[in-house]
Design a protein around this ligand. Structure first.
Ligand SMILES: [Zn+2]
Length: 131
């Protein structure tokens, strides 16, 4: 259960952040960037996330996954391409040299929305100009 350990790690990080922020009462959603090559099945991750959230401050939170397409660049000829799945890691132009993976292995929280019990700050009234 690869996805379960990722879900637990995500929840741990959000819990920690919520603790630091103070009176967080509920987490609404967690936005996660998942690289195409990270080897994660988003549906499985959502399922595990929902299970693992039970009893935490994240209970009922929505997991939003953003897929990051994998891109690679050839070091000798600077050609860039979308690696796809399964990944094509040899340069389509010169078929040689060294390949740098530019993106596709991401697995990170990019945003969390929560309720913290504080009422939103009132919009200040414009100060009337003195005549
Ligand atoms: Zn090349």
């Amino acid at each position: 259960m690869h996805e379960m350990s990722i879900a637990m790690a995500v929840i741990g990080q959000v819990e920690e952040a919520a603790e630091r922020a103070g009176d967080v009462t509920a987490v609404c959603s967690v936005r996660l960037q998942v690289g195409e090559l990270a080897g994660v099945v988003p549906e499985a991750l959502s399922f595990c996330f929902e299970l693992a959230c039970a009893g935490t401050v994240l209970e009922g939170a929505e997991l939003i996954t953003e897929t990051v397409p994998g891109r690679a660049r050839c070091a000798p000829c600077a050609q860039e391409w979308a690696v796809g799945v399964p990944p094509l890691l040899s340069c389509p132009q010169c078929d040689g040299g060294r390949t740098d993976l530019l993106s596709g292995r991401e697995l990170q929280i990019v945003g969390v929305r929560w309720e913290d019990g504080r009422t939103p700050a009132p919009v200040p009234e414009p100060i009337p100009e003195e005549c």
